[in-house]
Design a protein around this ligand. Structure first.
Ligand code: PHE
Ligand code: ZN
Length: 896
């Protein structure tokens, strides 16, 4: 049932719960059509708040009975609440009985079936779809769970914590049912509850923590998938080792389980001791997964594991604090991935990939209809706030703490955080206070209140940097100015605390020593803390006019305007010791050219200086392949769009396509050399060096096949096809296939057909097949519109379904979210398609639908005719009276 009007929930309205639930004893009689749930709870009135009724949340449930201390009691049901007006003042036992219908549950929230097994997803508010409860994260209880089910269909019965007992059931007339009873010793909020029941098999490993305690690790999947779990298991072990070494945080349970499911709304979920994963974030083999998949799996396994402390042992008081666990845990998984990568250059490549992701997803969010602070002030549907801002900007905020107090200081702060708050449900303020208190007198602690504006102000701050060199005085005066643009509901902003890491280079690229006027220290690199609207810094003993390298390592999530000339950017690209800024200089050079063409409406023409510079990178004897690949990859079209006040997606795409074609032609021999030099003859391993080499070989091949389209050459398409056929791993196979498909080569068709035939039984690979086609760039000129036509056609493919989120995303999101030029069409057909799919998905799975709805966040900055056509499509969706609250919130914000 859908509510007509959505209610807005405000952070300032937070109130502690009127009751605590201390223990929960749950019994499930599992049946796909009708599962019976019995809940026995110890409830206690919270005397700290005003006396009021007991209001339990429940959705889509069939209530059978309510007992207090064993006796029936009067209650009311209003909307999604079960209300008991006269609950006792003394502690009492509450017993509830209800049923739910897992196989009818297509929302994938609560208890549902997938592939004949049972799974749960309770974050954020799914537990109320299982039984009536105080379904809020500040109510923490100790759970004991008994599962009963048909033994042959569901031989494996799992829940959080430790297995107490299991065995066969002897029930009259009921053949072959069995049970398992689980107990989780740690009090937890309901969103961390999980159960799994099905025909699964496990990879197992026993490991010891530093203290010598033994643990059992298990990765459960469907029977045929066991060989694809080795990488996940290795990632899990590496995560355990890392968290103990870096933060002294050990595994606290005897048993840690990870389960894969193919129907899942997100990447994975950190349920206590029983993580549940989208198979796309868990399963990998060299033949079916790419290097990117391997590294994504490593980081998601780590992310969920790290939540055991940051999220589970210390959880969120309310959902406005979501970034408390998510920003911090993303930060931790990013640090882990960097430490795993090893070399400084591989670390930089990780950082660059994270920043690229931030700019592609979070920056547009921060400048669109859904802009919100890291700690939002209000929401109507919390599921809409699992955003790039909460996750990725949240992680940047945590990174700034570390920058301001130092790595050791941050680790001290983390220890204090756990010392103070273990077992509690807390706020972002508590975290900030712990880090500050552990580092008295630090750059953070002396301006903590101002720093916390990162939690309350939405929008990406703009920082302008201008330097003046005085040759006579040998001083360099750097003036930094900040400005934070208005966002919905926030017109005026206060200055933020922005750590700016910098170094100075000579015109020849030598490091210049840094000495601030009045300071005695001489450094090679320094962190300035910008906290006023404008501040100037004078560096002394600067012997020649410097080239500033600012915001090194992307020391703050801001947009920097450093006013550097092409000549200065070329110095940085060639010589900066900071690999991030080296990459950034290359991106800026490309961006300047693309933006120049788009703004002036003239065709893009790459100049010799630029081409020479990128050739130097490609030919460089010392740079890693991974760094070359990431530096030669042009900025994404969404990021380019971010730089413009009025966005014409077709003009952007035309400029990017021209840049690619020209780079392909001008560097033909260099691409050939890079391709040849990066062939790996030994067996597949997904380590950073080999995957960097494969990435560069794939980029080179794509360039060579693209160039063949212009020259009419048939050799490179032929080689690509051959490589596609013979590839020993998915990275090379998909790379070759995508080179053919992206260039719209004739051999693309037979290759796609062959790929489908080869992998038709592997859903995750078929997802790649759909995604590749949905993401295929449209060609300028007469062949334009092919991708869009193909996507429409693929919607009818027998393998396509809206019901599986991975599959829906693979085709629809690929087009609408990741292929701007195919989506934003002058004839509005893309928008019509979008509206149709949002509505179709909303009837099945509101969370997936509302994610798709967000594609129109920035309709307002589109050029005509796109803007008006987009608005019409949004209005068409809005006109549907029974939209889910999820989609309704997104659409209303877009129209606000
Ligand atoms: N908490 C999960 C994570 O980030 C994400 C998630 C949210 C999964 C909501 C499912 C539902 O690790
Ligand atoms: Zn998370």
């Amino acid at each position: 049932m859908r509510e007509g009007t959505a209610t807005l929930i405000r952070r300032e309205d937070y109130q502690a719960p009127a009751f605590w639930i201390r223990t929960v004893d749950l019994t499930f009689d599992l049946d796909p059509a009708k599962t019976l749930v019995t809940a026995r709870m110890q409830v206690e009135r919270n005397t700290a708040v005003a006396h009021s009724a007991l209001r339990l949340h429940g959705e889509e449930l069939n209530l059978l009975r309510v007992l207090i201390n064993g006796e029936s009691v009067s209650f009311r049901q209003e909307g999604h609440e079960l209300i008991i007006d006269n609950a006792p003042d003394a502690d009492f036992a509450l017993e509830l009985r209800n049923t739910c219908a897992p196989e009818k549950n297509t929302t994938l929230s609560g208890l549902y079936t997938s592939g004949g097994s049972f799974f749960t997803q309770c974050e954020a508010e799914g537990f109320r779809r299982i039984t009536y409860f105080l379904d809020r994260p500040d109510v923490m209880a100790i759970y004991t769970v008994t599962l009963r089910a048909d033994k042959s269909k569901y031989p494996v019965l799992l829940s959080n914590g430790n297995l107490l007992e299991s065995g066969d059931l002897e029930e009259a007339g009921n053949k072959a049912r069995h049970f398992a009873k689980w107990h989780d010793p740690f009090p937890k909020p309901s969103y961390l509850f999980a159960l799994v029941a099905g025909d699964l098999v496990a990879r197992e490993q026993r490991v010891k923590t530093r203290a010598g305690k033994e643990h059992l690790l298990q990765v459960y999947v469907r029977r045929g998938d066991l060989e694809k779990t080795e990488h996940a298991m290795n990632s899990l072990i590496a995560s355990m080792v890392w968290d103990e070494a870096r933060f002294k945080l050990p595994l606290d349970l005897d048993r840690f389980m990870v389960v894969g499911v193919s129907d899942f709304n997100m990447g994975a979920m950190e349920n206590k001791g029983l993580n549940i994963f989208n198979t796309s974030a868990l399963l990998a083999s060299p033949a079916t997964a790419t290097d990117q998949d391997f590294s994504r799996i490593e980081s998601i396994v780590a992310h969920e594991y790290f939540h055991n402390w940051t999220g589970n042992r210390v959880t969120c008081r309310d959902w406005f604090q979501l970034s408390l666990k998510e920003g911090l845990t993303v930060f931790r998984d990013q640090e882990f991935s960097m430490d795993m990568a090893g070399s400084p250059s591989a670390r930089a490549v990780c950082r660059i990939a994270d920043v690229r992701q931030l700019r592609a997803a979070q920056f547009p969010e921060d400048s669109g209809a859904m802009a919100h602070p890291v700690r939002p002030d209000s929401y109507s549907e919390i599921n809409n706030f699992y955003t790039a801002t909460v996750y990725d900007k949240g992680s940047e905020v945590v990174r700034m703490y570390q920058t301001l107090v130092g790595r050791a200081g941050f680790e001290k702060g983390m220890s204090l955080y756990f010392e103070r708050h273990d077992g509690q449900a807390v706020t972002c303020d508590d975290f900030a206070q712990a880090i500050a208190d552990a580092n008295p007198g630090s750059a953070l602690s002396v301006r903590l209140d101002a720093f916390k504006r990162w939690y309350s102000q939405a929008g990406t701050p703009r920082v302008q940097a201008r330097g003046v060199y005085d040759a006579a005085a040998q001083t360099y005066t750097l003036t930094l100015t900040q400005h934070n643009p208005a966002t919905p509901g926030q017109d005026q902003k206060l200055p933020q605390v922005i750590p700016v890491a910098l170094g100075l280079l000579s015109q020849e690229g030598q490091v210049l020593p840094l000495q601030l006027q009045g300071a005695t220290e001489v450094l090679n690199e320094q962190v300035l803390v910008l906290e006023e609207a404008q501040q100037s810094y004078v560096f002394i003993h600067v012997t020649s006019e410097p080239v500033p390298s600012l915001l090194r390592g992307f020391s703050a999530p801001v947009v920097l305007d450093d006013g550097l000339s092409d000549a200065q950017l070329l110095v940085l690209l060639q010589h900066d010791v900071d690999a991030f800024n080296r990459w950034e200089a290359g991106q800026r050079l490309a961006l300047n050219r693309i933006l120049g063409a788009v703004r002036s409406g003239t065709p893009l023409q790459l100049d010799a200086a630029y081409l020479d510079a990128v050739r130097k990178v490609l030919r460089h004897p010392e740079l890693d392949a991974a760094f070359k690949e990431i530096t030669l990859t042009l900025p994404g079209e969404t990021y380019i769009a971010e730089q413009l006040d009025v966005v014409d997606p077709q003009a952007i795409h035309a400029a990017v396509e021209a840049a690619q074609v020209q780079m392909a032609a001008a560097l033909r021999d260099d691409w050939t050399a890079a391709f040849e030099a990066n062939q790996i003859k030994t067996g597949y391993t997904p380590d950073p060096v080999s995957s960097g080499r494969r990435a560069l070989a794939n980029l080179a091949l794509a360039m060579l096949v693209l160039d063949a389209r212009s020259t009419g050459d048939t050799v490179w398409p032929g080689r690509a096809y051959q490589r596609f056929k013979d590839a020993g791993n998915m990275t090379e196979r998909l790379g070759a296939l995508s080179a053919l498909v992206a260039a719209h080569a004739d051999l693309a068709e037979p290759a796609l057909a062959r790929f489908h035939e080869l992998f038709k039984d592997d859903a995750l690979v078929i997802d790649k097949w759909f995604a590749l086609q949905g993401r295929t760039p449209e060609l300028a000129g007469e062949k334009s519109g092919r991708t869009f036509a193909r996507v429409r056609q693929l919607m009818q493919h027998p393998d396509f379904t809206l019901k599986n989120p991975n599959r829906a995303r693979s085709l629809i999101f690929s087009l609408c979210m990741f292929n701007p030029a195919a989506f934003h069409r002058a004839d509005a057909a893309g928008y019509v398609f979008w509206a149709e799919q949002v509505l179709a998905l909303d009837a099945i799975n509101p969370q997936v639908a509302s994610r798709l709805a967000r594609v129109m966040d920035r309709w307002n900055v589109l050029a005509e005719p796109y803007r008006s056509a987009a608005l019409l499509a949004i209005r068409r969706v809005s006109a549907k009276p029974d939209l889910s609250p999820d989609v309704r919130e997104i659409i209303s914000r877009a129209l606000a």
